[in-house]
Design a protein around this ligand. Structure first.
Ligand code: AKG
Ligand code: FE2
Length: 208
């Protein structure tokens, strides 16, 4: 098969996870912290293309006061034990479970996927406060592929943005400690011309 060898052995396309010890922790106060590792996954653009095509993306609507509005991003959710849409996503989840085993005390179990089609797609300020995260420390780990979008964090009880991290192209961020109950996070809309981004959020059982 002419051409096959070229595509199989092209390093730039190979989807591969790097080592996790390069993670850098930033303390945000009140027991909240963020771990960050740019470029954890190589071949991220190839993974983006696969996921964009293979995942059964859903458009959702939600009630906002009197009106029903479009949720400004596409979604997919994989519950505990459900096969993930690409083997590297299982590998990433298991590597994160191993790395954080002592600190987290339970495995990462679910995967939520978001597709931000362009700068108009976003997530408003919120904490992932379903389940144990409302009252106890937990972690939400996010792997990003596609064009970078800013993840911003601010204290829940008011105050300025403490951290702004552009996330895309294989970057990893982990929000931990009290982050989901003492801080809020968002992916703001962007007026710049940005290409699509997919985020994969790993959470322990019952956390949402
Ligand atoms: O896309 C992201 O990186 C964040 C998504 C998020 O905060 C959520 O789905 O709860
Ligand atoms: Fe969130």
């Amino acid at each position: 098969m002419p051409g096959l060898q070229g595509s199989l052995f092209d390093q730039g396309d190979e989807i591969r996870l790097g080592p996790l010890p390069g993670l850098r922790r930033t303390a945000l106060g009140a027991g909240a912290w963020v771990d960050h590792l740019p470029g954890w996954l190589s071949g991220a653009d190839t993974l983006f293309e696969r996921l964009a095509e293979d995942v059964p993306w859903r458009a959702e609507r939600r009630q906002m006061y009197e009106r029903e509005v479009d949720v400004p991003r596409l979604l997919a959710f994989y519950g505990e034990g459900e096969p993930l849409p690409h083997p590297v996503l299982t590998e990433a989840r298991d590597a994160l479970t191993r790395h954080y085993a002592a600190e987290l005390g339970e495995p990462f179990a679910t995967a939520g996927l978001c597709l931000y089609r362009d700068g108009r797609d976003s997530v408003a300020w919120h904490g992932d406060r379903i389940g144990r995260s409302a009252t106890e420390d937990t972690m939400v780990a996010i792997l990003s592929v596609g064009d970078p979008r800013d993840l911003v964090l601010r204290p829940r009880d008011g105050g300025a943005t403490l951290l702004r991290l552009p996330l895309g192209h294989g970057d990893l961020v982990v929000m931990g400690g009290s982050c989901q109950r003492t801080m809020e996070h968002a992916i703001p809309k962007s007026r710049r011309a940005v290409g699509p981004r997919i985020s994969i959020q790993y959470r322990p059982r019952g956390v949402g």
